[in-house]
Design a protein around this ligand. Structure first.
Ligand SMILES: [Zn+2]
Length: 166
């Protein structure tokens, strides 16, 4: 099973939406390391691009992600760090996609977007984060920050035009 970087990025966004926390990788074979209620699991990719899992939790989470199911990961009643960040971002930016401006809903849930991506040295500080709908999150992929801002301007402009013609 070969897996794309974009899909892993979506998986991490999904896991964070479930209350998991993406933590730094520790070697070149790891592609995702997620802290969850039962500990930490890891997804690995081998030299042939195949995916493997640290344990059954990782396997179950991946299966739930593929099936679009919920797999709640935070056990504490206290809000997870990620949930707290999502709440702060919703307060800062409103309840809509940072890029296209579409409102979030159950059918259009937010994903966490790192404006400067982690692979490029970005961090989890709130100033580097935004909430994006999944289609936009996928579209911006590994763009640099300047291209992401351009993408946002284009999305917003085409929305304005639609509003005017409507
Ligand atoms: Zn969007």
């Amino acid at each position: 099973m070969s897996v794309s970087e974009a899909k892993i990025k979506r998986f991490i966004g999904w896991a964070e939406g479930q209350g998991g926390e993406s933590v730094p990788l520790t070697n070149e074979y790891e592609i995702a390391r997620i802290k969850h209620k039962g500990g930490t699991f890891v997804l690995y990719v081998n030299k042939k691009g195949g995916l493997s899992f640290s344990d059954s939790a990782a396997r179950r989470a991946w299966a739930a992600f593929l099936e679009g199911k919920a797999w709640p990961m935070n056990v504490r009643h206290k809000r997870s760090k990620t949930e707290a960040k999502v709440a702060r971002l919703r307060e800062r930016d409103g309840d809509a996609c940072f890029f296209c401006g579409d409102p979030f809903s159950l059918q259009n849930p937010p994903t966490l977007e790192h404006l400067l991506s982690i692979v490029h040295g970005g961090s989890n500080v709130i100033a580097n984060l935004a909430l994006a709908c999944e289609p936009c999150n996928q579209e911006v992929g590994s763009m640099d920050v300047a291209d992401k801002i351009k993408f946002r301007d284009q999305k917003r402009r085409s929305h304005d035009q639609l509003d005017r013609t409507a």
